[in-house]
Design a protein around this ligand. Structure first.
Ligand code: NAD
Length: 481
C-alpha cells in the first residue's frame, strides 16, 4: 500500500496525528494507497513555513519565478507517461484522456503563468491640477490557499498553484483526498525543480478536517476553491467574516442548445464528448441537451447509436473511451438519480444501470452512458448536478422558449449553442446566464480568457490576468510633484 506524505517546508512527512485515509482505485473498487488525514497542527506548520518563505520569495524577480515554473513544467513533460498512469489509476479516467488532456494541461498551466508574470504590470494615473502622479502597485498577498476537486486532479490543482506562485505568494494547497496521487508527485517535482523550502506546501486530508481549518486560518489571506456549490458556500461562510479574498469555481448544469440549422456532424461528434468525456465528470459538460424540434428525432436516433458505441472499460486499456466514476459514494449518487429520473417520468433511451465488468474489475465503479428523455425542464433530474455519464434530451420550438429552459436554473457556468445563424448565435450568447459560452464548439480553451461562472456556479474568474489580479493586492501611491 503506497503511502502519500504531506510536503511542508520541502520535507515529506506524515500527518502529526499519524492517521491515514484510504485511497481507492475506482477501476477495481479497492484501496491501493493511503493519504494523510492532516490536522490543524500540520496546517500551522505549513503556514509557518509559508510565512517564513514569503519575504524572500516575494522579492524574487518575475524572471526568477518564470524560470522555476518553466523548470517544473519541463519535469511534468518528462514524467508525462508516469503521471498520466497515476491520474488514470487514482481517478478512473481513461489513460488516453489523462495523457492527452490532464497532464499536458498541467504543464501548460505552469508555462502560461510563467510567461504571464513577466508581462504583468500595474497602472499609473497622472493629474495636472494639482500636479501629481498616482501609480498602482500589484503586490502578492502573502500565504494563500488552493483547494481543488477530484475530477481533473492535476489539471485544476496547477491552474491555481501556478498563478499563485507566479504572483509571488507562498502557497498551502490541498488536493482532493479522493485523488491525491499526482499532487504528491507534483510536490516531489517542485523540490527537484528547485523551489525553495516553504514556497509550496501540499497538505492532504478531508474537507471537514484540514479544509475547514484552512478556511478559518488567520494567516491565510486568500482561498482559491474549485469544487461543489455546497462546499463553496461553506467556505464562503467561514472565510468571508475573516475578510479573506475568495475565488469560488463551483458546480454546473450546462445547456447544450442545438438548432436545426447546425453543422450536424460536427455537432454530433462534439455533443458525444461534451456529454460523456471523463464519464461526464467535467463541470463544463453539457448535461441538458435541447434540440430544435425538426431535428429531434434524427438527433435522438444518431446520438443513441453513437452513445452505445462508447467502450466502457478499465481505464488503462487502449480501447476504453469511458472509464470508472471516481468513488463508491459518487457511484451511489449517480444511481440514485436514475431512480429520481424514473419517478419523474423519464424514459431511458440507453444506459440507466451500473455496468459490471469481468474480474478483476467486477467491483469497479462503472456506469453505462445514459440518455433520458421525457422530463420537464424544472424537474430535479434537470435542475441538480448529477456529474456522471448522464444527459437528458428535450425538444424545443422557439428561441425564447429554449432561453427560458437554459436560464431557469440556479447554475450558470457554461453553455454551448449550435447554429449557423450568426445573429441568433450572438443573441443567444448575450442572453444566456453563464460565464462561458461556446458557439459551435465545446471546451475550446484559451488560457488568457476569463474562466468561471455566475449564480451558484461561481464568484470571480480564473485564467489570464484575472488569476494574477486575484492573487495580488492593489496599492495606490499618490506623489505630489
Ligand atoms: P467538493 O466540493 O466535495 O470538494 C472539493 C474540494 O474541497 C476537495 O479538496 C475537498 O476536500 C474540499 N472540501 C470539502 N469540504 C470542505 C470544507 N468544508 N472546507 C474546505 N474544503 C472542503 O467537490 P468534488 O466532489 O471534489 O468535485 C466535484 C464538484 O466540483 C462538482 O460540483 C463540479 O461541478 C465542481 N467543479 C467545478 C469546476 C469549475 O471550474 N467551476 C471545475 C471542476 C469541478
Amino acid at each position: 500500500m503506497q503511502k502519500i506524505l504531506n510536503q511542508i517546508n520541502n520535507e515529506f512527512q506524515p500527518s502529526s496525528t499519524g492517521k491515514y485515509l484510504p485511497v481507492y482505485d475506482p477501476s477495481r473498487g479497492i484501496p491501493y494507497a493511503e493519504v494523510p488525514d492532516s490536522s490543524e497542527d500540520d496546517l500551522n506548520a505549513a503556514v509557518a513555513a509559508a510565512r517564513a518563505a514569503f519575504p524572500s520569495w516575494s522579492a524574487t524577480t518575475p524572471k526568477q519565478r518564470h524560470d522555476l515554473l518553466m523548470k517544473l513544467a519541463d519535469l511534468i513533460d518528462r514524467d508525462l507517461e508516469a503521471l498520466a498512469k497515476m491520474e488514470s489509476i487514482d481517478n478512473g479516467k481513461p489513460l488516453s484522456l489523462a495523457k492527452s488532456v490532464d497532464i499536458p494541461r498541467a504543464a501548460s498551466n505552469f508555462r502560461f503563468f510563467a510567461s504571464a508574470i513577466t508581462q504583468f504590470s500595474g497602472a499609473a494615473h497622472s493629474m495636472n491640477q494639482p500636479d501629481a502622479i498616482n501609480y498602482t502597485l500589484r503586490q502578492p498577498l502573502g500565504v494563500v490557499a488552493c483547494i481543488s476537486p477530484w475530477n481533473l486532479p492535476l489539471y485544476l490543482f496547477t491552474w491555481k498553484i501556478a498563478p499563485a506562485l507566479a504572483a509571488g505568494n507562498t502557497v498551502v494547497a490541498k488536493p482532493s483526498e479522493v485523488t491525491p496521487m499526482t499532487a504528491f508527485r507534483l510536490a516531489q517535482l517542485s523540490v527537484e525543480a528547485g523551489f525553495p523550502p516553504g514556497v509550496l506546501n501540499i497538505l492532504h486530508g478531508t474537507g471537514t478536517g484540514i479544509g475547514n481549518a484552512i478556511s478559518t486560518h488567520p494567516q491565510i489571506k486568500a482561498i482559491s476553491f474549485t469544487g461543489s456549490t455546497t462546499v463553496g458556500g461553506k467556505i464562503a461562510s467561514l472565510a468571508a467574516p475573516r475578510f479573506k479574498k475568495l475565488s469560488l469555481e463551483m458546480g454546473g448544469k450546462n445547456p447544450n442548445i442545438i438548432f436545426a440549422d447546425c453543422d450536424y456532424e460536427k455537432m454530433l461528434e462534439t455533443t458525444l464528448r461534451s456529454s460523456f468525456a471523463n464519464q461526464g465528470q467535467i463541470c463544463l459538460c453539457g448535461s441538458r441537451i435541447m434540440i430544435e424540434r425538426p431535428l429531434y428525432e434524427k438527433f435522438k436516433k444518431d446520438f443513441i447509436k453513437k452513445t452505445k458505441q462508447l467502450q466502457v472499460g478499465p481505464p488503462l486499456e487502449k480501447e476504453t473511451t469511458t472509464g470508472a466514476v471516481v468513488s463508491a459514494p459518487h457511484l451511489e449518487k449517480i444511481l440514485s438519480y436514475f431512480s429520481i429520473a424514473a419517478s419523474e417520468g423519464g424514459i431511458f433511451l440507453c444506459g440507466g444501470q451500473r455496468k459490471i465488468l469481468d474480474a478483476p474489475f467486477d467491483q469497479g465503479y462503472y456506469v453505462e452512458p445514459t440518455i433520458i428523455e421525457g422530463l420537464s425542464a424544472n424537474c430535479r433530474t434537470n435542475q441538480e448536478e448529477i456529474f456522471g455519464p448522464v444527459v437528458t434530451i428535450m425538444p424545443f420550438d422557439r428561441e425564447d422558449e429554449v432561453l427560458g429552459y437554459a436560464n431557469d436554473i440556479p447554475y450558470g457556468l457554461s453553455a454551448s449553442i449550435w447554429t449557423q445563424d450568426l445573429s441568433r448565435a450572438h443573441r443567444m450568447a448575450r442572453n444566456i446566464e453563464a460565464g462561458i459560452i461556446w458557439i459551435n464548439t465545446w471546451m475550446l480553451r484559451d488560457l488568457r480568457t476569463p474562466f468561471g461562472g455566475v449564480k451558484s456556479s461561481g464568484v470571480g474568474r480564473e485564467g489570464g490576468w484575472e488569476a494574477l489580479r486575484f492573487f495580488t493586492e492593489m496599492k495606490n501611491v499618490c506623489v505630489k510633484l
